[in-house]
Design a protein around this ligand. Structure first.
Ligand SMILES: Cc1cc2nc3c(=O)[nH]c(=O)nc-3n(C[C@H](O)[C@H](O)[C@H](O)COP(=O)(O)OP(=O)(O)OC[C@H]3O[C@@H](n4cnc5c(N)ncnc54)[C@H](O)[C@@H]3O)c2cc1C
Length: 357
């Protein structure tokens, strides 16, 4: 830990600037239009992929940049700092760890180069179920081995981007809970190509959700998947998913940090130019203080996110740091959002100011 510094390298600063530049080509009108039509930001996701940003974690031998979670985190942060929504594509980064650490050589050779070029998207992650919720070990979807296949039956809830993804990482029970020593045993992860399964054992029902979240209920009815879709060892899937949770926490904290920075930049700009009672509203300490407080919360959360990311990349266990980063990042985003909407007065509610979105 002694060699860990919390300042970014020149390359990391350049990466941030380049991502921000790319995202600025997608102005607020783009997001407003998508929001009204409830559509997925295909054009931005394709551009980010072409530029190599969504393949940043894929090793170079498979066509990616071979960088770490720190770089992934900075990319997502900049997408949101530009006013965009990284939730459209962040899953590819946090799912990736499970495939990289536990996937077979064959799975890596088959899928990673195509994910890196954008030929295939890995954006769907199927864990949550209607009757399991936060208690993942209670999930009821089963995958039963039958010759060269597994047959999947059950239901999933809130599975995002299934309609925009070619591949899905799926968690299902391969051994009934009554037959395992620990309830965390007997769950397995599968990397499946869902392009040909829709309508053939897989039914996707889109759910109407807040903002641009494309989320679905899934129904599996004797869905047959090849046995070599299994990732790692059968029955060990729960630990693989837990492994990936720290990456997800760090990346989601970075989404929040980007949102928070966007709110504060917007709040500062508006309160400097909005003149009420003969002076800019930002000249009043009552307007300044919430903005300054949110700014401090962002900087503190950034330190924890950076610490967690550097520990993760160095292979040091970082569960507490990743959890704290996610909590602090989301709190900072809420503080910044409140400060931003408050200083905009009634305009904070108007769609054309983008804050309510
Ligand atoms: C926009 C969106 C996208 C999502 N995308 C995905 C996805 O792609 N893939 C996927 O698998 N899932 C996804 N999810 C699902 C998400 O991970 C679940 O909502 C989450 O795991 C919680 O499950 P639940 O909604 O059933 O809540 P529940 O587990 O029913 O919990 C309800 C409330 O009770 C609280 N609670 C539960 N147990 C306790 C306890 N012991 N102590 C204190 N409080 C408790 C919870 O914190 C929560 O506030 C998505 C959800 C949303 C909203």
């Amino acid at each position: 830990m002694s060699d860990m510094t919390f300042t970014l390298t020149e390359e990391q600063r350049a990466l941030k600037a380049a991502v921000y530049e790319l995202c600025k080509q997608y102005p607020p009108e783009y997001w407003r239009d998508l929001d009204a039509k409830r559509e997925y930001p295909d054009a931005l996701v394709n551009d980010l992929t072409k530029a190599g940003y969504l393949g940043v974690l894929i090793p170079q031998e498979f066509g990616g940049a071979g960088l770490g979670i720190m770089e992934g985190a900075l990319i997502l942060e900049e997408i949101n700092r530009s006013g965009g929504n990284a939730a459209a594509c962040h899953a590819q980064m946090y799912i990736m760890g499970t495939v990289l650490r536990h996937g077979s050589e064959q799975q890596k050779k088959t899928f990673l180069p195509k994910i890196a070029t954008g030929e295939l998207r890995l954006q769907a992650f199927g864990v949550t179920e209607p009757n399991a919720g936060s208690d993942t070990t209670k999930l009821q979807t089963t995958a039963i081995r039958k010759g060269d296949s597994y047959v999947v039956n059950g239901q999933k809830m809130f599975i995002s981007r299934v309609l925009q993804s070619d591949l899905m990482l799926l968690l299902a029970r391969t051994t009934p809970v009554a037959e395992v020593k620990k309830k965390t045993d007997g769950l397995s992860v599968f990397l499946i190509d869902i392009r040909h399964l829709k309508g053939k054992g897989l039914e996707v029902r889109p759910l109407r959700m807040m903002m641009n979240h494309s989320t679905n209920a899934l129904f599996f009815d004797n869905m047959e998947i090849p046995a070599d879709s299994l990732v790692g060892q059968e029955g060990k899937g729960f630990s693989y998913i837990l492994d990936g949770m720290n990456a997800e926490r760090i990346l989601v904290a970075s989404d929040s940090l980007g949102d928070a920075r966007w709110f504060i930049e917007k709040a500062v700009a508006y309160s400097s130019q909005r003149v009420i009672f003969g002076k800019p509203i930002g000249a009043n300490q009552g307007v300044q203080f919430p903005i300054a407080k949110a700014h401090m919360a962002i900087e503190a959360a950034d330190l924890m996110r950076t610490k967690a990311a550097k520990m993760f990349d160095a292979g040091i266990p970082c569960g507490p740091e990743a959890n704290m980063a996610k909590y602090l990042g989301s709190e900072a985003a809420i503080d910044a959002g409140n400060a931003c909407i408050d200083c905009h007065g009634g305009y904070g509610f108007a769609e054309e100011y983008d804050i309510e979105r």
